[in-house]
Write a protein that binds this ligand. Structure first.
Ligand code: GLN
Length: 543
């Protein structure tokens, strides 16, 4: 008998688990986010979660070299950079609960254990830790009630750390029959010497997954180039996964093409068929327009310098890079980024370092190393009228530079020196001992000063953006620093914490204490990044 297909709104959330095989860094997060994108385009409500297998409570205190960017959610969660992909691809604001680590789950268990909640039982990885994982998945579902909840497991199948997570999601599936779907994203290497793709690593990874009780419903085969049918058949024959559900996923020059590609491979239809569900017709028209704009001809080339401390690892500034790219695409500009270490910038070489640059982004950061290079850079771009956007530490560098120009020669931040005039300081009552989770975090309101450039850019008196910093402009110096050219044009809350500084006699020189990059989305570019790109294009048009 033909199974009856239901229109959407089955009352039970369907959970899609995404695991990774063979090696890390193959774009599992992008694949999960792309899946969210195409399911949402069919009218489904989507929520996403990333479960990371390391012991830190969150990535907040990890070095960017270890982990890449810390993505900040609206509710102040310091989370994995994959959440940035999720938000950009599914255009939803996620929550702290969207990212759990082993450490964060252990913390809950230890707190419960101290409260005697385990009633004298021995607390163990199985079932206590695994049950806690199931609880965090369930509680996100209960809160958000999505049609599809996509859960990505960090790391690679086979890592010791990921075993309890695999056990937990296998248990989850056993407890929730007919409402789970497993996708394994694996890597198929190409051997140049023998000119062939090798499937063995994928087969091994699938058997490890099977030993954890999971037989995926679908696999994505990541590879540098398009994989042939012969390879897909070979994997199908060796793994008993239907050929139809083995999807080749080659590299693309832009990650934003991946949702369109997965749609072309009927991935949604296959998932819906599995659940006997029907969605609306997919609507990717706007997304497709955006992707077409990426490739549009006759773009104006723009060269932007990214000045920061962790420039060897571009992932450390992932959302800023994407925000710039998104705005450039909308402005029909071809973006060339030049990564410059602020550690290597001094008074003598700054002109060479910033030669042939159309605009400068002075990047966020923490600690002393490389800070003076940022101050020297913002002084140079100020004098030479080069469009400059200072983000967080970058804005603080602009403010300290202004103080020095106003004669406060020893102007500094208490973050980087214990001597000097603290133009930036920790406000009274803030925790100085515990560095994890105690910054000013998450969405806040910012009142923009009428008549300022930033007010003109946003076209609003009040805006909402996300923060992640500890030090604030010292209120004592605000009036001393302001003058006809240098203004503070945005403030937060009753305490009037400085959020924006700008120059009036400059094509574009704006510093923001907040992080505008976290709210930039492909179809909703950040007004600030777009205005920055526009200021560069305007100069180019006049040349
Ligand atoms: N280190 C500075 C502070 O904590 C700036 C932080 C940042 O750039 N995210 O205030």
């Amino acid at each position: 008998m033909k199974k009856e297909t239901k229109q959407i709104k089955s009352n039970k959330t369907k959970v899609i688990f995404v695991t990774g095989g063979v090696i890390s860094g193959i774009g599992k997060g992008i694949a999960a986010a792309s899946l969210g994108n195409i399911l949402k385009s069919r009218g489904f409500k989507i929520f996403m979660q990333k479960l990371d297998c390391y012991l830190n409570i969150d990535p907040g205190v990890l070095s960017p070299y270890e982990h890449g960017e810390v993505f900040v959610t609206e509710d102040g969660g310091e989370t994995d950079l994959d959440l940035g992909h999720y938000e950009r691809f599914i255009d939803e604001n996620l929550l702290k609960e969207s990212n759990y680590t082993t450490g964060k789950i252990y913390k809950r268990i230890f707190e419960n254990e101290r409260k005697g909640k385990y009633e004298g039982k021995t607390v163990q990885l199985v079932p206590h830790f695994t049950n806690e994982i199931i609880k965090v998945i369930d509680s996100a579902i209960k809160k958000e009630k999505p049609d599809f909840h996509i859960v990505e497991i960090g790391g690679t199948v086979g890592d010791i750390e990921s075993n309890p997570f695999l056990k937990a999601i296998s248990d989850y599936s056993f407890q929730n029959t007919n409402s789970t779907f497993f996708i394994h994203v694996t890597f198929v290497p190409w051997l140049n010497a023998s000119r062939e793709f090798k499937t063995k690593p994928t087969q091994n990874s699938l058997s490890t997954l099977a030993s954890n009780g999971i037989r995926p419903n679908m696999i994505f085969l990541r590879s540098q180039n398009q994989i042939s049918d012969t390879i897909i058949n070979k994997i199908a024959n060796n793994t008993y996964i239907p050929k139809d559900n083995i999807v080749a996923l080659p590299d693309f020059d832009s990650v934003y093409k991946i949702p369109l590609y997965l749609e072309s491979q009927n991935v949604c239809e296959k998932i819906l068929k599995h659940f006997s569900l029907k969605g609306k017709k997919s609507n990717l028209v706007e997304w497709e327009k955006f992707v077409n704009k990426i490739e549009a001809p006759n773009k104006t080339e723009i060269n932007i310098a990214m000045v920061g401390k962790y420039v060897e690892l571009e992932d450390a500034y992932k959302s800023i890079k994407e925000a710039l790219l998104i705005s450039s695409v909308h402005k029909n500009a071809h973006l060339n980024l030049k990564w410059i270490s602020s550690v290597e910038i001094d008074e003598k070489n700054v002109n060479l370092k910033l030669r042939d640059i159309d605009g400068v982004v002075v990047l966020p950061g923490f600690g002393k190393r490389g800070f003076e290079g940022k101050v020297i850079s913002v002084n140079y771009t100020r004098e030479n009228k080069i469009p400059t956007l200072g983000i967080c530490f970058g804005m603080q560098a602009m403010t300290i530079n202004q103080a020095r120009l106003k004669g406060i020669k020893n102007a500094t931040s208490s973050e980087i020196s214990d001597k000097g005039t603290f133009i930036l300081d920790i406000i009274e009552g803030k925790d100085k001992e515990n560095i994890g989770g105690t910054l000013r975090l998450g969405l806040g309101s910012i009142d923009l000063v009428e008549g300022s450039l930033i007010h003109k850019i946003y076209g609003q008196n009040k805006i909402y953006e996300r923060s992640r910093h500890r030090y604030e402009v010292n209120q004592k110096y605000i009036s001393k620093l302001k003058d006809k050219e240098f203004q503070f044009s945005g403030y937060h809350g009753d305490e009037q914490l400085v959020e924006v500084c700008e120059l009036t006699n400059h094509p574009f020189y704006i510093g923001v204490q907040y992080h505008p990059e976290f709210t930039a989305r492909p179809l909703k570019p950040s007004k600030l990044f777009s205005a920055f790109i526009e200021s560069i294009l305007k100069i180019k048009r006049q040349q």
